[in-house]
Write a protein that binds this ligand. Structure first.
Ligand SMILES: Nc1ncnc2c1ncn2[C@@H]1O[C@H](COP(=O)(O)OP(=O)(O)OP(=O)(O)O)[C@@H](O)[C@H]1O
Ligand SMILES: [Mg+2]
Length: 302
């Protein structure tokens, strides 16, 4: 099989070299030391994926992506930064950027490999992709708002098999409550595309509307995925809402906190949207102490 081509753009040589080295075994990879150089290289050949640093002298990462989208629409893109992703949410919203990878120390190569694989193949769905291959994973379905607490109880009990950190259970409880509620009341739409249920209603879903929850853990982290069968969440809604809360203008919003809180309290927050088919929201929490609390931006839409 022909190897996929990746272009890594970063003005810091050490980082560029280490990324190139990481991809070398499996990909046809090149490095560019600036936005200008990246655009030159792109003139001469095709790449399947371009991963670009945001802040660079001259042409920055946002501009590199803008040009790629215009000239090479088939090339997948992601930004990467050593800075706080939250500082870039407003720009991401304006420029419709949905993937920002973080440079952590030590660098999380597992995650880089997996994010790149997902972008290259378009295979985002499924919590198994985000846990190690030997992870323990189970599934449940939920059909009514009344059953939310019971479902959460079962999931938390399952997590007791790997950790006894009560704080993590509290976080899981809070977030699952938000996400399950969202999936049951917000996802369903009527024929006119309007929300089918009131946000405060007790809802019993029809069989075909049933919500799935997958949950599991490996040696370092646990996580869950809440999946609805509508695919009505929009990435602009998510970016808007994150921006409102991060910029401070949304702190007093009575509504629209569920997704923001879920991202804030977890280490990895991944949104996968297959429009009109399903939305999957995945939360991962590292229970080993050696994890930095930097959060990437990861919204995938197919
Ligand atoms: N699974 C989903 N499918 C479709 N839309 C969704 C889904 N989850 C969230 N949304 C949309 O995103 C918005 C924000 O959700 P979020 O949970 O952050 O706030 P909320 O549910 O409106 O209020 P609350 O603070 O009570 O959770 C919702 O109002 C809804 O429009
Ligand atoms: Mg909500």
């Amino acid at each position: 099989m022909e190897r996929k081509a990746i272009l890594v753009v970063d003005d810091e040589e050490l980082i560029r070299e280490s990324l190139v080295e990481f991809f070398e075994d499996d990909f046809d990879v090149e490095g560019a030391g600036s936005g200008e150089e990246a655009l030159e290289i792109l003139e001469r050949r095709n790449f399947d994926l371009v991963i670009s640093d945001i802040r660079m002298p001259g042409i920055d990462g946002f501009e590199v992506i803008r040009v790629i989208r215009e000239k090479y629409p088939r090339t997948k893109t992601a930004l990467i930064t050593a800075y706080d992703v939250d500082d870039y949410i407003k720009l991401a919203k304006e420029k419709q950027i949905t993937n920002i990878i973080v440079k952590e120390t030590p660098f999380n190569f597992d995650e880089l490999g997996q994010t790149s694989h997902n972008l290259l193949t378009g295979e985002f769905f499924g919590i198994h992709r985000y846990l190690d291959y030997d992870a323990k994973i189970e599934q449940l379905t939920i059909q009514e708002t009344e059953a939310i607490q019971l479902t959460i109880g079962k999931i938390v009990d399952f997590f007791r098999g790997i950790t006894n950190d009560e704080e993590i259970f509290e976080v899981c409880d809070l977030i699952l409550d938000e996400l399950l509620h969202n999936a049951i009341v917000h996802a369903p739409r009527d024929q006119d595309g309007k929300p089918k249920y009131d946000r405060t209603a007790q809802v019993v879903l029809a069989d075909e509307e049933i919500v799935h929850v997958a949950f599991g853990y490996d040696q370092r982290k646990l996580g869950f995925a809440v999946i609805d069968n509508y695919g009505t969440l929009e990435n602009s809604t998510v970016l808007d809402l994150l921006d409102r809360h991060i910029s401070g203008s949304g702190t007093r919003d009575y509504q629209g906190r569920g997704l923001f809180i879920s991202r804030s309290l977890t280490d990895r927050f991944i949104i996968n949207i297959h429009r009109g088919v399903k939305t999957e929201i995945i939360c991962l929490i590292y229970f080993t102490g050696d994890h930095d609390y930097v959060k990437p931006l990861c919204i995938n839409e197919i």
